[in-house]
Design a protein around this ligand. Structure first.
Ligand SMILES: [Ca+2]
Ligand SMILES: [Ca+2]
Length: 211
């Protein structure tokens, strides 16, 4: 009985020490679950709408013609890796495919405290040809702000839709992110390893007594 408790405690502590992959997103209302653009600034916001469906949750956001939506976050440690980007949908079935010169993009501008841009991560301009039809396309990368230059104090995530001529269609976005990249901590891995070793050792001990 006592051994069972020891094993249970070891498994539990090993699980508690597993590296956390649920990192905090620095963006507010990153999945538009407020049902509006709370937390976001907009350029030509009249060309945007909230959809009552999404990559996760109940909502996503879309833009058309020429518009951009953006949000600033503080970067406290520019040497720490970040996962940036989000999900984009090419709604061919809904006759909202990005086509004929229209494009959409996601970017993260790394800035000094005076708002001057040091460097930019971007998906580049994505058309309907770049995006799989009628599914959410993940467009994320792991980046380190420091690799773009020094004095970075903030980042601005921007999603944009633009019509460079006769194009039309919508860019549809959800689950945008600027968050700490998952990095397993050596101390956690060591604890996990010793926990598993303990479980294995006790199982061996148990089997020996049975045999
Ligand atoms: Ca959502
Ligand atoms: Ca497509």
């Amino acid at each position: 009985m006592a051994k069972t408790i020891v094993v249970a405690v070891m498994i539990l502590s090993a699980m508690l020490c597993l590296p956390s992959y649920a990192n905090a997103n620095l963006l507010t209302n990153s999945g538009f679950e407020s049902g509006d653009f709370t937390g976001w600034g907009q350029w030509n916001g009249s060309n945007t709408a909230i959809n009552n469906w999404g990559h996760s949750g109940s909502y996503s956001a879309s833009g058309w013609s020429a518009t951009a939506t953006y949000q600033d976050v503080d970067i406290t440690d520019p040497s720490a890796a970040l996962k940036v980007g989000g999900y984009i949908y090419d709604d061919v079935a809904g006759n909202e495919s990005l086509r004929d010169g229209a494009y959409t993009s996601l970017r993260v501008e790394f800035k000094r405290s005076d708002n001057s841009i040091v460097g930019t991560w971007t998906t580049g301009n994505l058309t309907g040809l770049d995006l799989a039809d009628n599914v959410w396309n993940e467009e994320t990368s792991i980046v380190t702000p420091l690799s773009y230059g020094s004095d970075i104090a903030k980042a601005t995530l921007v999603w944009e839709v633009n019509n460079s001529g006769s194009g039309n269609g919508r860019g549809i976005f959800d689950d945008l992110t600027i968050e700490s990249a998952p990095v397993p901590e050596p101390a956690s891995l060591l604890l996990l390893g010793s926990g598993l070793f303990g479980v294995g050792f006790l199982n061996r001990f148990k089997n020996k007594r049975k045999g």
